[in-house]
Ligand binder design. Sequence first.
Ligand code: MN
Length: 497
Amino acid sequence: MINLSNKEVWFITGSQHLYGPETLRHVAEDSMVISESLCNSARFPVRIIFKPVLTTPESIYEICANANNNNNCIGLIAWMHTFSPAKMWIKGLSVLNKPLLHFHTQMNRDIPWDTIDMDFMNLNQSAHGDREFGFIGSRMRMGRKVVVGHWQDEEAVDRIAVWVRAATAFNDVHDMKIARFGDNMRDVAVTEGNKVSAQIRMGYSVYGYGIGDLVASVNSVTDYEVNSLLEEYVVSYELTREVAGSATLRDAAQIEAGMDKFLKAGNYKAFTTTFEDLHGLKQLPGLAVQRLMEKGYGFGAEGDWKTAALVRSMKVMASGLPGGTSFMEDYTYHLDPSGMSVLGAHMLEVCPSISADKPYLEVHPLSIGGKADPARLVFKSATGKAVNASLIDLGNRFRMIVNKVNVIDCPDMPNLPVASVLWQPMPDLKTGAAAWIMAGGAHHTGFSTAVSAEYIEDFSAMMGIEYLLIDENCDLTSFQKEIRWNEIYYHLNEGIK
Ligand code: MN
């Protein structure tokens, strides 16, 4: 359900008429080579499209206005091959509402010491031309990413690819419809938030449904649809004959098919449930939620629509990358001084995209909720680098908090009937958890082994929201100062919006 095939990023190059047609022809040729090289890189999930060299205020304005109005264009990469006087850019940049990346590169990697002359110098001027462009971006207080390096420098290309993927998620949030089955879990604060502010700032639109609306869809599911899913389960998971033939699993399949129909019919990208409101459903949707997340839906439990949307955005950024992305909760701690770690899990709803192996499909009682024993996939996560991200509403603004973590091998837990992940937060559990709590980070997160913190940083910048990173360099004293300074910055910057 995540389809990026028709999306594109436009590669624009600035210059001016001063240099004459011969130089401008070289500029266009070089720009085409660079944009094609980027486009052909397997790192990019969308096409990079070369656009004719810009030499006048009118052509700059036109390309910015066209980018705004083109639904497939998700952002612009700008490069000043030569000097491009930046007053020409003011009109265009003042209307541009697509993400902008400034690629500070040049055609040649090395200076040709033996042959360099003034013609070469006049053609290859980005070292100062891009500074002029940088000034106008700063003067206009424009959010943008700046990437520096030769266009064949893998590190530079990787950073552009991260931004492109963030732009796909930013494009995706503009019609982020979230279905909320039931309301918020009673009295929980962090899962709440101002939905009008969220729509103005981030495009989220939350549609609340009585659980009866979902039950009607579940009841409309045919035997054929249920049987098809049951066959799929047998192929995809490890399960006993007893579970395969159980009425419980049939009920779980019916719930999955009913939810799937409901979400497709309404073009929803994310959804929430709450175990406090299951009226008319035979069991808490566990397997259904896990499998729908794997298909690309965002999910948040207990009515958590912000985390649902965030999980969806992280899945869009991660589309086609190795690793997985899931709804997650910090569940319980291992406080052994020789290696403190967090066991992450949820009642049921962890996405199998992060599983190390083929998941087990099991049925167990649920200790809270008072419904029939739900089916669920049980597995351990793959190990390695990962991130936890949380999006909270501070009243006057939204804040994104990211903690880098290392997922480690987890001992067997024969009595734990849910999927789980064991990680060590950076820089260490004591510092990481203290910083997270000082920042107000939620117990619910978007967890990913596919995207790094830089993706979420770029994405947050595109949405214009606060971003706090807790990584290997986190120092609590500095972190608390950053929080206090941000209070002032956002108060002055945002005013009353
Ligand atoms: Mn929860």
